[in-house]
Design a protein around this ligand. Structure first.
Ligand code: AMP
Ligand code: MG
Length: 365
């Protein structure tokens, strides 16, 4: 059934006043989409089975895929988690509020609906002021997956939340663009050593620096080679299937640019359209090559070069990744080429999302 969706646009003046109605809706078991620093979330009271059902319905999400529960204080964590290891407390102290989810042993009152039947629950305290205030005012822990239809990229811009969720949720809070752009790091802290189940902005390197050790779920490292099942159920799903065929190339810079050049010419010669996500400095080199090509000069409108800042600042690529994939889809690109990065620090999360977006078409040159 189509819902009447209340839309609330936040301006920083009286944030609290503007959020009261949305917070009441959450407390009453309604669904509210709201901004966080990672991506927009689609929230509902985590302790109410019917609210959680409404989230799965709105998203069209398989219900074996657990939801992250968002909190505004450590008191809320106590309602959800059975026991927290000392090293996990250190990590929470270092990175919360922020873009990292901790998988902990759940208390009985957390419905299996939220955890996809697991005995553990993923918990995160977001740093976005709107998210924090909304959860605090609602007084309930808020289960929230990303606010997109299942199979679409996580929305970092409210425009896409409005497009996909109007009529499907009770309220949408517009609080501007998400700063990080990639979903949170998911870290299992139920064992003796923390294990990354989904890479994100808080990197393995940062975790090691804080507590001395951090492993990575082998299913993430070995990709498709050994058919391992990832420990975060959500990681087995393809997250975004653009209409365009995405290919990712990394390695020797000039070799990658040459491949991009040849692919662009091949695509426009066949009458198709192509998007290229490339770092600022490399775009200059590629454009110089293209300028001398007659076909390119005739069919420039079929080529969309999207600049992703400098290769020295991967924050920009992370922030724009999902938005630019959506944008190129909207522009009707048949193919998308992306300049990949090395898989350390934030590059690990970026390449993980690109692996999914490209359905494994990742090439090292
Ligand atoms: P999203 O809500 O779209 O950010 O996705 C949440 C991610 O966290 C998915 O990949 C889930 O499978 C994962 N996740 C949430 N809770 C747990 C849990 N208890 N154990 C393992 N993975 C989890
Ligand atoms: Mg998601």
């Amino acid at each position: 059934m189509k819902k009447d969706t209340l839309i609330i646009r936040i301006n920083s003046a009286d944030m609290e006043e503007q959020l009261v109605e949305a917070a009441e809706m959450l407390a009453k078991g309604k669904t509210v989409a709201f901004p966080t620093e990672t991506v927009y979330g689609l929230g509902g009271n985590a302790l109410s089975e019917s609210a959680v059902n409404a989230i799965y319905d709105a998203k069209g999400r398989p219900s074996d895929n657990p939801l992250i529960v968002h909190i505004a204080s450590l008191d809320m964590l106590d309602e959800l988690a059975e026991e927290i290891k000392p090293y996990a407390k250190n990590l929470m102290g270092a990175f919360w509020p922020g873009p990292i989810t901790f998988v902990v042993k759940k208390k009985d009152q957390v419905p299996y609906k939220v955890t996809g039947g697991l005995e553990t629950v993923g918990v995160r305290m977001p740093s976005h002021p709107v998210a924090l205030k909304l959860i605090e005012l609602s007084g309930v822990p808020v289960a929230a997956p990303s606010a997109n239809l299942s199979g679409k990229p996580s929305p970092t811009d409210v425009k896409y939340v409005l497009q996909e969720m109007s009529g499907r949720v009770d309220c949408i809070v517009d609080g501007g663009d998400s700063e990080v752009g990639l979903e949170s790091t998911v870290l299992d802290v139920t064992g003796d050593v923390p294990v990354i189940l989904r890479p994100g902005k808080i990197t393995r390197e940062m975790i090691v620096e804080c507590v001395g050790a951090c492993e990575v779920d082998p299913a993430l490292l070995n990709k498709n080679e050994y058919n391992l099942t990832p420990k975060a159920p959500g990681m087995k799903y393809k997250h975004y299937a653009p209409d365009a065929e995405v290919s990712v190339y990394s390695g020797d810079l000039m070799a990658v640019i040459k491949i991009f050049y040849n692919k662009i010419i091949e695509v426009i010669e066949s009458g198709h359209s192509i998007g290229v996500m490339i770092f600022e400095e490399d775009a200059l080199v590629l454009e110089r090559l293209l300028r001398d090509n007659a076909i390119y000069n005739l069919t420039k409108d079929k080529v969309h070069l999207v600049r992703e800042g400098s290769s020295k600042d991967l924050d920009i690529l992370a922030r724009n990744l999902f938005k630019d994939l959506r944008k190129l889809d909207e522009l009707g690109a048949d193919f998308i080429l992306v300049h990949g990065v090395s898989e350390n620090a934030l590059g690990h999360a970026i390449m993980n999302r690109l692996e999914k977006a490209s359905e494994g078409r990742v090439f090292k040159i």
